[in-house]
Design a protein around this ligand. Sequence first.
Ligand code: SME
Length: 160
Amino acid sequence: MAEDLFIDDTLSKEEKYQALLPQIEALVAGETDLIANLANVMAALKQTFGFFWVGVYLVKEDQLVLGPFQGPVACTRIPFSRGVCGACYTRRETIVVPDVEAFPGHIACSSASKSEIVVPVLKDGEVKMVLDVDSDRLNDFDAVDRKFLEQLMKLAENWF
Ligand code: SME
């Protein structure tokens, strides 16, 4: 049974992540369906932080394919060799991009996107998907986002 999120708007970003994580854990507890859980997690992130775009790209054969997201319509397929998402897949580590125009090969699904963080989800040594968060402001992601989004994406390993 889904319930509303309770996140005080006056909290700092770090405090919001701290308040959100246990609520997301409760939201996905007992549900193992990948798409259902991803859909709710993307909605929870959008609702809490108001991200410009937040969503996932799932590894399917030799490409990344768009999965559940919140925000404007986006590119559906990304080759492993392209974009921040492709670089995240290849490097198998989180990439924080303070200015997308300075990232070689960045794919602009929206010209409003200015900075970005992409976090991989690995299972049994293989990248299964990447979480992509875009901001319409420069330099909007830092070590706090990295820490908590990586922690959050650990949950997703159980859904593959
Ligand atoms: N900017 C990403 C593409 C995905 S969209 O931003 C939603 C990239 O360079 O991989």
